[in-house]
Design a protein around this ligand. Structure first.
Ligand SMILES: *Cc1c(COP(=O)(O)O)cnc(C)c1O
Length: 404
């Protein structure tokens, strides 16, 4: 007799797809590498490596070190470490600059008594992600105003409590003191510069650029364009500071005052599957033909523009984002829907697309709707185009403007 009391075993669940089992819908991602809908779609190669490492145990310390060495070598950085996302990378980078690898200091966080605990940030760099820089107990010291920051303002904000300058990379940006100048000021004052470049890929050259400019720590998302698991990130930079991140213990414990303890890195730990998945995605990413890929993304946008060019009252065009656009990276073209003469506004259009099956997730900015080809396959692009056509043909049929 089996556990179901003599009936045939009910194994249906295991034969169903995960989506069916959970009652979830697959979404068509015309938005980009956003965490809200899953962020990335790791390749088969990545998934295969994750499955392979999942079957064995390894020394996490050695795994972290080896993977860090490979990434450092490929980016020209002194050292590198994988983190559980770019946001965790920023948190740990700030903590590393505050503690410098001193375990006693690491143990006292987020109590910052006696530690350097000020992080200088240009006011225009205040972003939705800035919050995470405060997790180690650091205080954000904003310099400048909404319009601009002056080099002298950065300079005079630096004092003996300054742990680092955090540069949120949203360049090109008017009124911001540029990274090279910030590095020059910081280093003259003996203060490290952390660059949050989470979504600045492509161009792939950025993996080397900021380190080469002299930034002390540079943070990238592993789960955005690199295509690793969405909960991965990379920090590149100075060996002593990467070692300090290491000591903050994403994977380990240590003894302080005769007591075995974990540290601030512990809730940001990674699995061996994540680390290996990120590595394979990274190696794939740096070998990719990025010119061909960008050409392809342009073709995809052109296709959207061509196929949807005859929607009445809506202007569809190819948009190359300027720095006021909220979705990075700027290098990837988007299809822009100008609705100023349409009865639908941006939110209504997005809502109608979302109600389709499968739902299409596009996004809006400054009242316009955008389609980002970054995460779309060719087949999905067709679906996006069809859904836009459907939405507008339904809407235009009953449009009050038509009757006038
Ligand atoms: C996406 C993003 C982050 C967060 O990255 P995760 O890898 O999702 O943790 C942080 N900073 C900026 C500027 C980002 O664009």
């Amino acid at each position: 007799m089996n556990q179901q009391g003599g009936e045939k075993p009910r194994r249906r669940r295991y034969f169903m797809g995960i989506l069916e089992m959970l009652g979830l819908k697959r979404l068509i991602n015309a938005y980009g590498t956003v965490t809200l809908i899953g962020g990335s779609r790791p390749s088969e190669e990545v998934l295969k490596a994750m499955a392979e490492i999942s079957k064995v145990f390894v020394s996490m310390e050695e795994l972290y070190r080896k993977v860090g060495e490979i990434i450092a070598k490929e980016t020209g950085a002194e050292a590198a470490i994988v983190t559980s996302g770019a946001a965790a990378g920023v948190t740990l980078s700030v903590a590393a600059c505050m503690t410098g690898g001193d375990l006693k200091k690491a143990y006292q966080l987020p109590n910052t008594t006696g530690l350097k605990d000020e992080i200088v940030v240009q006011r225009k760099h205040k972003s939705i992600y800035i919050y995470v820089a405060q997790i180690p107990g650091a205080k954000l010291v904003y310099v400048g105003n909404e319009q601009r920051t002056l080099p002298s303002e950065i300079e005079s904000a630096i004092n003996d409590k300054t742990a680092a300058i955090l540069y949120m990379y949203f360049d090109p940006q008017e009124g911001v003191v540029p990274l090279d100048k910030v590095i020059e000021i910081a280093h003259r004052k003996g203060v490290p510069v952390i660059v949050d470049a989470a979504a600045e890929l492509p161009p792939v050259d950025n993996l080397r650029k900021f380190v080469k400019m002299g930034a002390d720590l540079v943070v990238f998302s592993g789960g955005k364009d690199i295509g690793g698991p969405n909960d991965t990130g990379i920090v590149l930079g100075r060996k002593d500071l990467i070692d300090a991140i290491f000591k903050l213990g994403p994977h380990s414990l240590d003894v302080v005052d005769g007591q075995l303890t974990c540290f601030i890195g512990r809730p940001m730990k990674l699995s061996k599957e994540d680390i290996v998945g990120l590595l394979v995605a990274f190696l794939r990413y740096i070998k990719m033909d990025h010119e061909a890929r960008l050409r392809k993304l342009h073709e995809m946008v052109d296709k959207v523009v061509n196929e949807l060019s005859n929607i009445p009252c809506v202007k569809v065009s190819k948009y190359l984002p300027d720095s006021s656009h909220p979705v990075r990276p700027l290098i990837i073209p988007k299809a822009e829907f100008d609705l100023s003469n349409c009865v639908l506004n941006a939110d209504e259009l997005l809502e109608l697309l979302k109600k389709k099956d499968p739902p299409v997730i596009a996004y809006s900015a400054h009242g316009k709707v955008y389609v980002n080809p970054q995460c779309l396959t060719d087949d999905e692009l067709e679906i996006v185009i069809e859904r836009f056509k459907e939405v507008f043909s339904e809407k235009c049929k009953n449009c009050p403007k038509k009757r006038k």
